[in-house]
Write a protein that binds this ligand. Structure first.
Ligand code: PNS
Length: 180
């Protein structure tokens, strides 16, 4: 802990936050010191399952419950480019979690693009192998049909998913994007 080197931005949709995300945040605090969790508020994408305010609240609650994270984590929304959020937050670099080679290919292209455009670099954190199968997309799908996701998400998120899908579990449209 004493050798931490700075402040990093961890951007994502977090729709919703899952235990893999929380592991990356925890590792980033241990490795780098301070982490800004930047939550994408994107008006152009299909609507998120959880609105931006609720995603921020769910992340803040999970961080507060993980007492070892203390005051090392800030949570903030962002619109537009992650590199602009990184500049505004005055971080040293962006951090991303890697679960598998699929993640690597996507993240490597984003990292190279962001670096080429702005000089903001990205570092990767390998996920906890026990959590590498978890994705927000599959958490949503399982929860929507009443499946058990309690082992994949913080307790507050599990409760929010139950409330979200208690009245109308029917999907509105198929999801075609890569799991995140
Ligand atoms: O949790 P996700 O959906 O996998 O996160 C993806 C995210 C939000 C990190 C990525 O889509 C992103 O950085 N979006 C902001 C727009 C941007 O910076 N685009 C340029 C990418 S090279």
């Amino acid at each position: 802990m004493g050798r931490s080197i700075g402040r990093v931005l961890y951007p994502g949709s977090f729709d919703p936050l899952h235990l893999g995300h929380l592991d990356v945040i925890t590792q980033a605090v241990e490795l780098f010191g301070n982490v800004v969790v930047a939550v994408l508020h994107n008006h152009e994408k299909p609507p998120a399952a959880f609105g931006i305010e609720q995603r921020l609240e769910l992340i803040e609650s999970a961080i507060a419950a993980a007492t070892e994270l203390g005051a090392s984590v800030e949570v903030q929304p962002f619109e537009g480019l992650a590199v602009d959020a990184a500049t505004r937050a005055e971080v040293d670099f962006i951090v991303k979690g890697l679960r598998n080679t699929g993640d690597f290919e996507i993240e490597q292209q984003m990292a190279h693009t962001n670096w080429s455009v702005t000089g903001v670099r990205t570092v990767y954190v390998p996920c906890d192998p026990a959590l590498g199968y978890i994705s927000s997309r599959f958490v949503r799908e399982i929860a929507r049909y009443g499946g058990d996701v309690d082992h994949m998400v913080p307790a507050g998120v599990a409760g929010a998913l139950r409330v979200l899908y208690s009245s109308d579990p029917a999907p509105t449209s198929p999801e075609m994007t890569a799991p995140s």
